[in-house]
Design a protein around this ligand. Structure first.
Ligand SMILES: [Ca+2]
Ligand SMILES: [Ca+2]
Length: 484
């Protein structure tokens, strides 16, 4: 994060639209301008954070006083329809001195015309020494009919026109360089770090760099010059690690790729639901860098996953549950957001409880000595029960025993209670534990608890289903165990 740049919103834009002349004036600073004109801007000394759409973008004409001119973080785009020049500097009659134009982190955009020129530097004859220099650094000058053009013509004096450039994007085959006369000198002098590639804008109308742009992190790795802005044309930090390699280096052009994670939001509805009840999760994602985004990927805290802007998921256990939405941008950077939902245990119900044989025998009957046409009791039984959801089922097997009333309770008979009212009390012989699914279930019961056979007598079975920490109300069936 670079600290020393002014937030963009504190500046006042200078909109100028239409006409032949955009902003014309001697010297001075043009900042935050948005200019549309045939000739966009003339005579300024410092041009910064400006967007110029013109046939001739920035022009420093023949009678411009010599000195230094600087363009930082600007876009100059040629209108369609005629050849055009993005930046045109000319040193000519009456001015016998030097002029230096410095381009840093600018984006110059062609209109595709074969006659278009990116940067033109022109020094005309003079009897006295005269020198014009254009230093181009970290700048896009790509796609013009002629990306760079320089000419110097001598009328006897020493006349020079130089274009130096480094860490910039241009085509070395699309240059023009000419010296006329014995005193003329100068050349196009590229440094070692230029590239010749398509810039990889987000779109023809959005000149920010896409995540895949080859211009990210290949500008000058040295610290910015003391007078160079710490922000880009958008007011975002200029020196950002755009490729994620851990090294923050600025990009070529007016816009710095910011490599911000996608902005992700997620919501759940309803915010509270029962176990097994579907909850709707909706999400959205956007990206401040304009990056294309991958799918919306949901992960639920029970391990389930889903994909898309609107999904549904049911949790099987009670408690606070979380869904996490993750979205990854074209740079491979992931943004995430969470949505929580409170799950309460659904009410479990047992809608029926019965058994196939309500009178049955456990043990094997002795072999009769005389065959008799006596109907034998069936052996064993099967519990049948229907559950509203999957649950753990406990069936308590309770034997009916004689008892006497003591208050509301039915207790074991005793001498003291011999005159109390008779009642039936139940003692638990054992409990069967089974798992059951939603719907009808069967649980065979031989009449043995483990190996131990129930004694003949009257019994009841009390069934309770439990899931997610809640239990059903108890259901009871009665049966009798007889000798086999
Ligand atoms: Ca960068
Ligand atoms: Ca991004």
């Amino acid at each position: 994060m670079v600290a020393c740049y002014a937030p963009r919103e504190t500046r006042t834009p200078l909109p100028t639209t239409g006409g032949t002349k955009g902003v014309f004036g001697l010297g001075g600073t043009v900042e935050d301008a948005s200019i549309t004109a045939e000739i966009g801007l003339r005579y300024a000394r410092l041009i910064r954070y400006s967007t110029i759409l013109a046939n001739v973008g920035v022009q420093l004409p023949p009678n411009f006083p010599p000195g230094d001119i600087t363009m930082d973080d600007d876009v100059v785009q040629l209108v369609a329809g005629s050849a055009g020049m993005a930046v045109d500097v000319e040193l000519t009659s009456g001015i016998d001195a030097g002029a230096t134009l410095t381009l840093r982190h600018d984006t110059l955009v062609s209109n595709g015309d074969p006659g278009s020129v990116g940067v033109r530097a022109h020094a005309t004859p003079s009897a006295n020494p005269r020198s014009l220099t254009v230093n181009t650094d970290s700048t896009i000058v790509h796609g013009f009919g002629t990306d760079l053009s320089r000419t110097a013509s001598s009328g006897g004096g020493q006349v020079a026109a130089h274009i130096n450039l480094d860490h910039s994007d241009y085509d070395p085959m699309k240059t023009f360089s000419q010296n006329t006369g014995s005193g003329a000198s100068g050349s196009i002098s590229p440094g070692l770090h230029n590239v010749n590639v398509a810039p990889g804008y987000l779109s023809p109308t959005d000149l920010r760099l896409a995540a895949s742009s080859p211009l990210i992190d290949i500008a000058d790795p040295a610290a910015l010059a003391a007078d160079e802005p710490g922000g880009d044309l958008n007011g975002d930090p200029r020196v950002v690690d755009g490729n994620g390699d851990g090294s923050a280096i600025s990009d070529i052009g007016a816009f710095e790729y910011q490599r911000r994670p996608p902005t992700v939001s997620a919501a759940a509805a309803p915010s509270s639901a029962a176990t097994g009840q579907p909850v709707s999760f909706t999400g959205s994602a956007s990206d401040l860098d304009g990056d294309s985004l991958g799918p919306l990927e949901w992960t639920f805290d029970d391990g389930a996953t889903a994909s898309g802007p609107a999904v549904s998921h049911a949790f099987s256990t009670a408690g606070t549950h979380t869904a996490t939405l993750r979205v990854t941008d074209a740079a491979g950077v992931t943004g995430a957001a969470g949505a929580t939902v409170t799950i309460v245990a659904a009410g479990i119900s047992v809608s029926s409880f019965s058994l196939t044989n309500s009178v049955f025998a456990v043990g094997r009957a002795p072999t009769p000595l005389v065959a008799a046409r006596k109907r034998r009791a069936p052996r064993g039984t099967t519990f049948r029960y229907t559950l509203s959801q999957a649950a753990t089922v406990n069936v308590a097997i309770q034997r009916a025993r004689p008892g006497r009333r003591r208050g509301k309770a039915c207790v074991a008979p005793s001498r003291r209670l011999r005159r109390a009212k008779r009642c039936t009390r139940y003692t638990t012989a054992g409990t069967l534990t089974r798992t059951g699914g939603a719907g009808a279930n069967l649980a065979p019961f031989s009449g043995r608890l483990g190996r131990k056979a129930l004694k003949p007598g009257r019994y009841r079975a009390v069934l309770t289903a439990t899931a997610g920490g809640s239990s059903s109300s108890a259901r009871t069936v009665r049966f009798a165990v007889v000798r086999g």
